[in-house]
Design a protein around this ligand. Sequence first.
Ligand code: PEP
Ligand code: MG
Length: 323
Amino acid sequence: RQETLAKLIHQSTMTRDGRHVELAANIGNPSDAESAISHGAEAIGLFRTEFLYMGRDDFPSEEEQFASYKSVLETMGNKPVIIRTLDIGGDKELPYLNLPEELNPFLGYRAIRLCLDQTELFKTQLRALLRSSAYGNLRIMYPMIATLDELRKANQVLSEVKQELVDKNISFNHEVQVGIMIEVPAAALVADQLAKHVDFFSIGTNDLIQYTMAADRMNPQVSYLYDPFNPSLLRLIQMVIIAAHREGKWVGMCGEMAGEKLAIPILLGLGLDEFSMGASSILQARHLIKQLDSQKMAKIAEHVLTLSSGQEIKDYIQQEVMR
Ligand code: PEP
Ligand code: MG
């Protein structure tokens, strides 16, 4: 079994009927990039940059950030690397930001909300990111976008930073792809509008589930609601993929769901283009996807969307696909 999987390390990920999907790794540290490659990652689908900001007394400098981003890009060669801008707040605190305590941190001042308010902090990160884009295949991603207005504002800050770099003759990739996480239900519902202003979406199911179900992702007492197979969630995912594809944009997923054995056939059938997961799940996922027929999975997914509970859906996949 280990040996069969090892053979898949340098292969691309093709379904039986020849559809290519990209299997990417989620990382939280530049040093994880090596291991992503040795586990067969075709890309980095999510580089969480919070580590740079956490466990210290002050903000990381532009140079420090630049060095981290550049190192991941260089390790990955020409493979795509999606770096997510600061997603602090919620469960991730930064003492030196001196933020007032909030009653509902997950519904509060976090991620892109904070970055659009504290634009110097955001600009420093964007400058470091753009400068690093000269060293590999960078893609920039904003977390927690809820409205088109937020996306426009973030893109406005990005274009200001680009102009500053141009004025200073600092080189960067002018065509760098920019995408957003879809992890707030409001964003999923207007995905058709958002899709016109991005290069890609990446569905963040960890948060999308909690916000859709109104169930804290860390509270075991409501974990029965925290289910990626819930029909509500699957409908949102379907909407997002359809909306993106209509605009000719690609869609990935970087929440835990992307690496779940029973979810992969459904996501494939819904047309997901990229699956990003913990590196150790990649070869298993590739092994599974190579056995699946994407046309058949489209029919399976169509049926799944008529079912009315997560359990029913899991049982159906188990029976129809995994036997
Ligand atoms: C998500 O919300 O699905 C996600 C990938 O981001 P994080 O787990 O960092 O919130
Ligand atoms: Mg999230």
